[in-house]
Design a binder for this molecule. Structure first.
Ligand SMILES: [Zn+2]
Length: 96
């Protein structure tokens, strides 16, 4: 199953929060599991020691087909469509 990944150019065009993009580069991403409809990733901040789970849900409409369990997601992404650093990290590091 192939998640809907944004290209680097799209990440720049969509005017996401600059701080979120910068922070995304410092996070580590590990794939947790994949099902027929979902792909889940653990996104860790090696400096803060925090971890969030990002899940791609193919049955949902963009941009909310990407979800995260962080506070930014529930307060900002759902209202503005602007992804948190954790989701952006999965997009930026998908080839690793
Ligand atoms: Zn998040």
């Amino acid at each position: 199953m192939n998640p809907r990944f944004l290209k680097y150019s799209e990440i720049n065009e969509k005017n996401f929060n600059k701080t979120s993009i910068e922070r995304a580069h410092t996070l580590t991403v590990d794939k947790l599991y994949e099902t027929e409809k979902h792909v889940a990733y653990a996104v860790r901040d090696p400096f803060k020691g925090t971890e969030h789970v990002v899940i791609y849900k193919s049955e949902k409409e963009p941009p909310l087909d990407w979800t995260c369990d962080c506070k930014w997601y529930t307060t900002r992404t759902i209202n503005t469509g602007k992804y948190c650093a954790h989701i952006l990290a999965v997009h930026l590091k998908r080839k690793q």
